[in-house]
Design a protein around this ligand. Sequence first.
Ligand code: SIN
Length: 278
Amino acid sequence: MHIAPLSTALGAEILGIDLAGEIPDQAAADIHAAFLAHRVLFFRDQSLSPPAFVQFARLFGEPDIYPFIKGLPETPEVIEIIKTEADTKNFGGSWHSDTSYMDCPALGTTLYALETPAFGGDTLFANTTLAYDALSQGMKKLLGSLAGVNSSEKGYQGGRAAGMARLDAMKDTFEAQAKTYENAHPVVRTHPETGAKSLYLNRSHTLRFSGMTVEESAPLIDYLCNHMIRPEFTCRFRWRAGSVAVWDNRTTLHHAVNDYAGQHRHMHRVTIKGDRPC
Ligand code: SIN
């Protein structure tokens, strides 16, 4: 197994391992250490049935059920992310950390590419520890006392069901009756495994700071959301069919780029249970 970093900020490609086969304990420990060090890992040329994909996710924790989209019948942890030739919107097309609106947001997410466009459809990632470290002492002190209120409805005018109905291939699997989730989490969270501090808010879900109005919060949320995605904090992954990614939602943001109009993209995704940010 060989680890090839993608950028100084984050991301590494792991070469020389077949994820569908038996993964020896030492290799699993090395992959987990690389996950903590590089925050997002990429694998190429894999062939994973849904059960094998769930088994891969188990290397990082306990696979979870995503509350808004029905999973596959035999493996409900696996959801399909599909954009058709006719769709104009995509899923995950703005910077976010998965399920940050839940009481215990996803620790990580795994994504497996079945069909990819001839060009476009990359995913961008940002390292939110580097973003925190780059702030002034004064700003760090201010943020240390703030919590961000995250909502599953932000950005979905008319609700999530209406938003998902615009995604042709996914609307039938959407749980229209799923409730709205809203939870406040510290804007600076400490990673439970590494102890590193990271910014923990995002443009897709963070409505406001606790105890403040949306209007009062907006300028600082906007500043921090722009700051976190400075190019030197990011990496970009070009998918091919058979590519796999796994990222740490506790210390990264990601953005699925919607730049492949008229083409098809089909992924399988599993989220991994996390704990309450602190
Ligand atoms: C997501 O936000 O999980 C989707 C990422 C992608 O499709 O690239």
